[in-house]
Write a protein that binds this ligand. Structure first.
Ligand SMILES: Cc1cc2nc3c(=O)[nH]c(=O)nc-3n(C[C@H](O)[C@H](O)[C@H](O)COP(=O)(O)OP(=O)(O)OC[C@H]3O[C@@H](n4cnc5c(N)ncnc54)[C@H](O)[C@@H]3O)c2cc1C
Length: 443
């Protein structure tokens, strides 16, 4: 059955990326008819769920895996989320102010951290260096049983923790409040997208077909598959990297504590923090290991996986160059062992002891049902693993691939897509209103 109405925009995927676009289009453009498809019965059941990700609003201040340039971009993007949370009254429901820090362990890391502090304080004037005396007062567990010296670079009073599912729900609520014609199609899986001769698109789902003038695919690991089915994005493949967590029952920390990045490793170093879902207390992780899945806890469609992996000579070259490095090989092996039922916690606790030296394997438990999949993108032309977001833009249709820090950058990605859609459709994006409500913080 074809539903005749022609929508201005169809959004595929109701994670934080899809819902932030829904909100941005509804509130800041004059587009009226928007439809969003989500294959599950609620928004943010996959990576944007608080059980799947680290719940961190990545600002770039304590993430030592970011260069200055990347930190600058991430700061601008993630401030939109903290501004939204404050300006729209979602503080303490969606986003939370907590202390945060990155911990340097040993003289070498301390020297690196001091250098980073000097270079980054222009970008983040609120950052402070916290010595052992200060840390003993605020986070005593960091020092218990510690032999090496430590120093932290931290901040207080910032929004550090976000429940990205609640953020998605708030976006839907704000969008519906605009009184535009918005259709939320839950439990409806998009199976095909086709471009029609007149430049519009037909979106076929497992029950019906719809038409839209423009489409944005924010379907996580599936975005690239949709693009490739339409003949786009052939120079990309996906490397699905799982991430798991461990928990303690006892509350050990008040702040988000990140550790310094080993520059040779592609994924962020382990951190620990209080879990926002409150089901557990202190959460450690995430791990990082290749896993042949596109959704962590749902059934696997083998064909989708094979298509996503896209294994050919170029992809194999990227795998080989990753495996060539002994630090990366050791890291991969350790992360695989961390997933094993009997030895996992014994191996993981060694990483976690960098944060809390007195932690024992018996204090932690593998967080069953927690963790997500990072759909990392492989660039087959340049033979490299891309570590941020990627976008494929064609006439009237956009495909977003949003591994970390995609949730933190969601409103920025949405703004760019909304502006491009308006340009394509000859519609208006209200820059002044967006600037006032999202890009600047009200006193
Ligand atoms: C272990 C881990 C830790 C992370 N930590 C952080 C962090 O601390 N901070 C941060 O900013 N980011 C973090 N990330 C990244 C973050 O989770 C993602 O960037 C973000 O959730 C991506 O949002 P999304 O909406 O693109 O994808 P998703 O949340 O995966 O949403 C995609 C949606 O599309 C739907 N969908 C898929 N196919 C179809 C279809 N055919 N039809 C209809 N619907 C469909 C899915 O059901 C899903 O709801 C982390 C990721 C992992 C794995």
């Amino acid at each position: 059955m074809l539903v005749n109405k022609l929508f201005d925009t169809a959004i595929v995927g109701g994670g934080v990326a899809g819902t932030s676009l829904l909100f941005t289009l509804a509130r800041y453009t004059d587009l009226n008819d928007i439809i969003l498809f989500e294959k599950y019965d609620e928004v943010s059941q996959l990576n944007s769920n608080p059980k799947a990700n680290s719940q961190t609003l990545h600002v770039g201040d304590i993430e030592t895996n970011y260069t200055y340039e990347k930190a600058k971009k991430v700061k601008k993007a993630s401030f939109m989320v903290s501004n939204y949370i404050q300006n729209f009254g979602w503080l303490d429901m969606v986003g939370f102010r907590r202390d945060k820090m990155v911990l340097a362990v040993g003289e070498e890391e301390i020297a690196q951290l001091k250098k980073r502090y000097d270079a980054f304080k222009v970008l983040y004037p609120y950052l402070e260096l916290w010595d052992e005396e200060k840390l003993r007062q605020i986070e005593p567990k960091l020092l218990e049983g510690r032999r090496e010296p430590i120093l932290a670079m931290g901040a207080t009073g910032q929004i550090t923790t976000v429940d990205f599912k609640k953020l998605s729900e708030s976006f839907v609520q704000e969008a519906l409040d605009t009184q535009k014609n918005i259709q939320m199609r839950y439990n409806e899986e998009v199976t095909k997208i086709e471009r029609n001769e007149d430049g519009t698109y037909t979106i076929t789902t497992d029950t019906t077909s719809f038409q839209a003038k423009t489409v944005v695919v924010n379907a996580g690991a599936y975005s690239l598959l949709f693009a490739q089915a339409m003949g786009y994005g052939k120079s990309y493949a996906t490397l699905p990297i799982g991430g798991s967590f461990f928990f303690t029952k006892e509350k050990l920390l008040n702040a988000k504590v990140y550790t310094m990045q080993n520059p040779k490793l592609p994924f962020a170093a382990v951190h620990a923090d209080p879990d926002v879902t409150q089901e557990w207390n202190t959460r450690f992780g995430p791990t990082a290991f290749a896993l042949p899945k596109l959704e962590r806890y749902h059934s696997l469609h083998i064909k989708d996986l094979i298509d996503a992996l896209g294994i050919d000579m170029d992809v194999t070259k990227v795998y080989m160059s990753l495996l060539k490095d002994s630090t990366i090989r050791g890291y991969i092996l350790r992360n695989v062992m961390e997933e094993m039922p009997l030895i996992g916690k014994e191996v993981f606790v060694k990483d976690a002891q960098k944060v809390i030296p007195s932690l024992k394997a018996s204090d932690i438990e593998f967080a069953e049902g927690y963790g997500g999949m990072r759909p990392q993108i492989i660039d087959k032309i340049n033979h490299e693993l891309l570590l941020g977001e990627a976008k494929i833009e064609e006439e009237g249709i956009t495909f977003n691939m949003t591994p970390s820090p995609g949730a933190s950058s969601s409103l920025n990605i949405a703004m760019q897509d909304a502006q491009a859609l308006c340009k394509h459709l000859g519609a208006t994006f209200d820059e002044a209103k967006h600037q006032e409500e999202i890009e600047s913080l009200k006193a």
